[in-house]
Design a protein around this ligand. Structure first.
Ligand code: GAL
Length: 380
């Protein structure tokens, strides 16, 4: 009789979890939450707070329509990084107000949340494209909440660093702007008439603020927070120090990798060095990841090639970076988080999570694994 009940309980667990009771991470698989529904948090990031991880990401709907925001930013919580509880929508898009910056049908991508110890506020930054304007607006949005799971209140959207030159500004950028780019926005890679160190996009956008598309946040050990965003028609990344309250840009920033069209940036710190994993700029299609290292977040940054190894390494295992998560309580343990997009049916995008490995020189490596779990980090 006792055995019978054990079997029934086990079966019930398998059913509740959609067949997934193990503590394994299975890159690219359907990943059911506590209700058995595939996790809906794309282009996401994770914040650890008071013993739990909180995963924030884009809530997508079915079909191509899902490439726009109809719901908002979804939040999930977990103690073990494999079993996730649905915490609902942390930031909702606005319905019934077509003029609102985050009205339904806008594009709201790559949301990231950080916690400000001084103000005790949770601060969310995201890439915002205004409704029906494609990817022209290239703005950053900010929302805050007193509770980690929300509701978050939308504060503002803007183009970063208006009226500020980067620390490493070049002479050309302070010269008059050429007619080729004056009033014209193009759609990214291949559309510029020249290298961004000769075509003055930075100068063009000096007054109104710099373009900001794919983005991430990074909080350093000293509590300083940085915004990393693809700017200048995606041609160049900017790394920008935030104000102490994390709500605005401080005006102190640098341009990095001009002309390299880096997207999907994610920064982490390992043994005193800053590492960046990013992608090339090919829309929803995967490409080869890019690794870079710097002794200081403001550089100099050095590219180190593709960190992926093995089959489909040149396609980042059919995914694109979104975040690098430091595992709590384990030294030098990091997880690479990426999206396997499905733009034809956006809700079916998958998550590719892999442990970051390091070679004998301390250079990060990514190897495909069919399934793995956090014990991986104990074996090192
Ligand atoms: C990708 C970007 C995504 C999304 C997509 C739209 O390059 O990383 O976040 O913006 O383009 O085509």
């Amino acid at each position: 009789m006792k055995q019978f009940f054990l079997i029934i309980t086990a079966l019930a667990l398998v059913m509740i979890s959609g067949g997934r009771v193990s503590k394994d991470i299975i890159p690219g698989a359907i990943w059911p939450d506590n209700k058995g529904v595939h996790i809906n948090a794309h282009g996401g990031g994770i914040l650890f707070h008071k013993g739990k991880y909180y995963w924030f990401g884009e809530h997508k709907v079915e079909g191509e329509k899902g490439n726009q925001a109809w719901v908002g930013v979804h939040c999930y919580s977990s103690k073990n990084l494999t079993n996730w509880k649905d915490e609902g929508i942390a930031l909702e898009v606005i319905t019934g107000d077509p003029g609102h910056a985050i009205t339904e049908g806008c594009i709201l991508e790559r949301p990231k949340v950080i916690y400000n110890r001084k103000t005790k506020k949770f601060v969310m930054w995201f890439h915002l494209e205004l409704k029906d304007r494609g990817y022209d607006a290239a703005r950053s949005g900010v929302a805050t909440s007193d509770r980690i799971t929300g509701p978050y209140t939308f504060m503002k959207s803007f183009r970063p660093n208006a009226g500020h030159w980067p620390l490493n500004v070049k002479d050309i950028h302070q010269q008059p702007v050429g007619d080729q780019v004056k009033d014209k926005y193009c759609g990214g890679k291949g559309c510029l008439p020249g290298h961004p160190d000769t075509v003055n996009l930075l100068g063009r956008d000096f007054q109104g603020g710099q373009m900001a598309r794919d983005q991430n946040l990074f909080v350093d050990d000293d509590g300083k927070a940085y915004h990393i965003y693809s700017s200048e028609e995606n041609s160049t990344l900017h790394i920008s120090l935030l104000t102490e309250d994390y709500l605005s840009e401080s005006g102190k920033y640098i341009r990095v990798f001009p002309g390299r069209y880096m997207e999907a940036p994610a920064i982490f710190k390992y043994q005193g060095n800053y590492f960046l994993i990013a992608s090339d700029c090919t829309g929803w299609d995967p490409n080869a990841a890019r690794l870079a290292r710097a002794p200081d977040i403001f550089g100099p940054w050095e590219e180190l090639g593709n960190p992926c190894i093995g089959t489909d390494a040149e396609l980042t295992f059919h995914s694109q970076s979104t975040f690098v998560l430091p595992v709590q309580g384990k030294k030098d343990a990091f997880i690479f988080l990426a999206d396997r997009w499905n733009p034809k049916n956006a809700i079916d995008g998958r998550y590719v999570w892999l442990p970051v490995q390091f070679d004998e020189n301390g250079i990060p490596l990514l190897k495909w694994m069919d399934r793995w779990n956090l014990n991986f980090f104990s074996k090192k």
